[in-house]
Design a protein around this ligand. Structure first.
Ligand code: NAI
Length: 514
């Protein structure tokens, strides 16, 4: 979320608070292909910890009750500065069920909940259409049909559902508030989106288990405990009950309770297994901070204990200045013998974490790292070449991949197209060209889209089309979401099949860019 999140790589720092791995899921691989933890001891399993059954919050009468227009903790008006760690303002006096008229918790931002004197919305046909993300496949199980119907109904009002969900959660369970960032802006839809993703995958147990296991492990760094899951489940059901007025009934509720119970169980079990082999987070001291442009820094850190990862992966990172706000960054170097890790960070407008890392962090500061994640890694069993497109700071994991190929000594052909808006933004070109001088199997081509250059002009995908042939190459893309989208289209257009194209989750990159 972040309080439960993840998948692919990153470098993401949108504005607002969030944490975690929620939105990062691209179901690209089956669990047996997951190479997330190179040193994971596969045989050892933690005993399953049964999840408590969840109990729906509220009653039929409550559903129609209005919300009291008071801000919920962390919801705008009531928010403190996100850096403020105080937790002494828990609204224990508000600890009551979402209640009869006038006593229910307000959704953040005082959103318009239904008033008691309003007629309930007329029942409508809310069956998901064929183009809906919640379209019901013919093979769907009865539970999946019920879940998808609910989702299709609440999706257009997901903002309200999410606000109400968090209002319920923080009023009913104030003890959970400190697990979340002080400012909830970006966090708000992460948890809910992840729940919906899980519910959508309910008929695909392999992918669902992979997603939830990653999520469960990723939640350890937020301090999530097994006993928190029923609380979240109750409030989820409470929010759905209120907003899925057309599709909610006993059957739907039972399906959601079953789904949520199964979801929680997988997350709890994977967290328990992970506890046996890895810390919930790593502390890392900043040992190098190099400002490459006015807004891009290369930061080197020393973890307090060994940090196993693969080149091409990313991690989540929390700074001391914005507690509980986690951002994703890719490792900018392959694993090193001295254990140091490096990141490329661009300060984006209203990006709290990125701005702090670029303009405030200094050697000696201590940050926290979550576990490694992402599947944009090199298949060392293949002889294919690597075609790499790195846009802006998206060059960071590409550099790590190049080093990884070099470390494996197989001299596979690697062709890097390094895109930037202008020459000045090619902040890592010297490093990349040095690598190319050292390794005859590596070619690096700078591509500048918005200004004069002595190199290639235009957009990365167009530049790639001018070269090739690429039929014996696997493709790796890293950069802004628009570049990934157009890059994937271009590569598929020139005949590279989708299973040989790797990139981080576009959804997450897009969310981070908001
Ligand atoms: N720092 C890190 O570790 C990582 C960062 N990222 C992501 O990379 C991005 C880097 O942002 P900036 O450096 O500001 O890059 P930018 O916005 O300056 O663009 C970099 C390159 O991508 C091209 N590009 C941008 N939009 C495009 C589109 N719609 N179609 C085709 N080409 C397009 C540009 O022409 C330029 O060549 C961020 O979204 C970040 O989340 C991705 C992976 C790792």
């Amino acid at each position: 979320m972040d309080a439960p999140t993840t998948t692919s790589s990153a470098g993401s720092d949108g504005s607002g608070g969030n944490s975690g791995d929620w939105g990062w899921f691209t179901p690209s691989r089956k669990p047996d292909e997951d190479r997330r933890a190179p040193d994971r001891r596969s045989g050892e399993r933690a005993p399953s910890r049964p999840v408590n059954p969840i109990r729906p919050v509220g009653t039929e009468a409550d559903r129609r009750a209005p919300a009291e227009p008071a801000p919920a903790p962390g919801s705008g008006a009531g928010d403190r500065h996100p850096g403020d760690r105080r937790t002494d303002d828990r609204r224990t006096d508000d600890r009551r069920a979402p209640g009869p008229a006038g006593h229910g918790p307000a959704a953040p931002g005082c959103e318009e909940h239904q008033r008691p004197d309003e007629a309930p919305p007329a029942p409508q046909d809310v069956r998901p259409g064929p183009d809906s993300p919640f379209a019901v496949p013919e093979t769907a199980s009865p539970d999946a049909i019920l879940l998808r119907r609910t989702m299709a109904e609440v999706e257009p009002v997901s903002d309200k559902v999410t606000s109400y969900f968090y209002a319920l959660l923080f009023v009913q369970h104030p003890e959970l508030r400190p697990l979340f960032p002080a400012a909830m802006d970006a966090q708000r839809d992460r948890l809910f989106k992840a729940i919906l993703t899980a519910a959508r995958l309910v008929d695909d147990p392999d992918i669902l288990t992979e997603f939830l296991s990653r999520l469960g492990r990723g939640h350890r760094k937020y301090g999530t405990q097994p006993e928190h899951y029923p609380a979240v489940g109750e409030c989820l059901i409470g929010a759905l009950t209120r907003y899925a007025v057309n599709t909610w009934n006993d059957e739907a509720e039972a399906a959601w309770v079953r789904a949520y119970t199964a979801i929680s169980q997988i997350m709890i079990d994977s967290a328990a297994e992970d506890e046996l082999i890895a810390p919930a987070w790593w502390q890392a001291e900043v040992v190098g901070h190099e400002l490459r442009t006015h807004d891009i820094a290369v930061i080197t850190v020393r973890p307090d204990q060994p940090y196993p990862f693969l080149a091409g992966q990313y991690t989540s990172l929390e700074t001391p200045w914005w507690p509980r706000v986690w951002r994703h960054y890719s490792f900018a170097a392959a694993p090193r013998s001295d254990g140091l890790l490096s990141f490329h960070v661009k300060a984006v407008p209203a990006g709290w974490v990125s701005s702090a890392l670029v303009h405030r962090a200094r050697p000696g500061d201590v940050i926290r790292l979550g576990p490694p994640a992402g599947s944009m890694t090199v298949d060392h069993a293949s002889d294919n070449g690597l075609l790499c497109l790195g846009g802006g700071t998206g060059i960071a994991p590409i550099k790590a991949l190049v080093e990884d190929v070099a470390d494996h000594g197989r001299n596979r052909s690697v062709e890097v197209f390094y895109g930037a808006r202008n020459d000045r933004d090619l902040y890592d070109i010297d490093t990349m060209l040095r690598l190319a001088q050292k390794h005859p199997w590596l070619a690096v081509r700078p591509v500048v889209s918005d200004g004069p250059t002595n190199g290639l002009s235009g957009r990365l995908p167009d530049a790639v089309r001018q070269y090739g042939p690429w039929h014996a190459f696997d493709a790796y893309l890293s950069g802004p979401p628009g570049m990934i989208r157009s890059g994937v289209d271009a590569l598929m257009g020139i005949g590279i099949p989708s299973h040989r194209i790797r990139h981080d989750s576009i959804e997450e990159l897009a969310a981070a860019a908001e």
